[in-house]
Structure formats: C-alpha cells, structure tokens
Design a protein around this ligand. Structure first.
Ligand code: ZN
Length: 215
C-alpha cells in the first residue's frame, strides 16, 4: 500500500526584533512561511502552493500577520528616553492646565515628577517657561503619548496615569475636566476604563496624600 497526501511545512524566512503586540515590548521574532508539500509515506517530497506566512514572537510564542513587522520600528533606548521625557512633561503640564488654574502645589508636584522620571532635571523657572510653551502650542494630549505607547508595558502606563492623578489631586480636588483628561490619556495608551477607575479609587483611597508611587 502506498501512503501519500499533503501537509504544511514551516520554513523560517527571516528573523529579527519587533514590537510584539502581545508583550507590548521589543522581542525577537521568527518570520515563517508555510508551504504545502506532497508527501509520500509522510515524507514531504514535492513543494506545492504556499499557505501563507506569519510572524512568531520568541518570547510569548504569539503569532501575528506579517504586517506586524511594519508597525513602529522600535526606538533605541536614547530615543525612547527622550520621547518619554517629552511625553511626561507635556502630559503633566496639560494635566495641571486642565482645570484652568495653576497652583503652587501643582507646580511643585509637576516639577517633582518631571525630575524624577526624566534624565535632565529642570528648575522651577524652566518649568514656568515650559508651561507657557505648552499653553501656547495647545497640542493634543495624544501627540507625544502615542509615540511611546507601543514601547510601554502595563506598569509603564500605570506610572504615567498615577503621576497624572497625583498632579490632578495636588490642589486638593480632582475636577471633571481632570478626570476627562486622564481618560483621554488612558484611551491613547489603550488602557481600559475599568483599570483607570481602579487606579483613581486606589489613589483617592490614599486620603489624597500628595504622593505618587513608581513601584
Ligand atoms: Zn510576544
């Protein structure tokens, strides 16, 4: 009896690093192609048609359409740091401006956060100048945040939201305009409303202490 049939055989056609959508981080990948083979006694002998290709994350083993490789070429560490710094400054200042007034506690909090999470410390005077620039440019909150989102994991996203909540509450009350902005930031980073509600209640449960945590 002759046993014959067909089966799909996977070939690696390429490998490298990519932004894995599942890990939300840069990971090694293998780009694989599947080709149908004519088999004889289960041995693939004659290549037939192509069955398509896919990208496999070597960390989580998730598989994705090959278009995933076109998404955001991963940033180098320095570039990420500088984009992160821009996003942090922009978001925190926007947060401070959201309720239409700036108070001293808010300025202190923003300065504190910018210097804690940035590489380049700034002075209060420099912050005042920055506030004017941000106020004047009036750019959407998404502008810098969306650039770093693909490189942030859940923890990284939480830090930004927690800092934003700390700024919002540093004048003693969190306004609707501030909550709306926090939700806009969360949407940009593709975080769920439920997640944000949890963070908000967790932080107001702190008696609105003017603290933020990065762990
Ligand atoms: Zn992955």
């Amino acid at each position: 009896m002759i046993i014959f049939g067909t089966r799909g055989v996977k070939f690696k056609i390429d490998e490298g690093h990519f932004m894995c959508p599942q890990c939300a981080a840069e990971r090694p990948y293998k780009h694989k192609k599947v080709r149908r083979f004519f088999t004889l006694y289960f041995i693939p002998l004659i290549p037939l048609d192509s069955l398509g290709d896919f990208v496999e994350c070597q960390q989580c083993k998730g598989t994705f359409v090959s278009r995933v490789l076109d998404y955001k070429p991963s940033m180098g560490e320095n570039q990420f740091q500088s984009e992160y710094e821009k996003a942090m400054r922009h978001c925190m200042i926007m947060m401070m401006l959201a309720d239409g007034e700036i108070d001293e506690n808010e300025m202190e909090m923003v300065l504190n956060i910018i210097n804690k999470f940035g590489h380049n410390d700034i002075t209060m005077q420099e912050l005042e100048d920055l506030v004017e620039v941000v106020e004047h440019q009036n750019e959407p909150i998404q502008k810098y945040l969306s650039r770093i989102t693909p490189s942030l994991n859940e923890h990284g996203k939480e830090i930004i939201i927690k800092c934003a909540i700390a700024v919002a509450s540093s004048d003693g009350h969190v306004d609707d305009s501030e909550i709306a902005l926090i939700h806009e930031m969360a949407d940009t980073m593709e975080m769920s409303k439920y997640h944000i509600k949890g963070l908000l209640s967790e932080m107001s449960g702190n008696d609105r202490k003017h603290t933020f945590s990065d762990n």
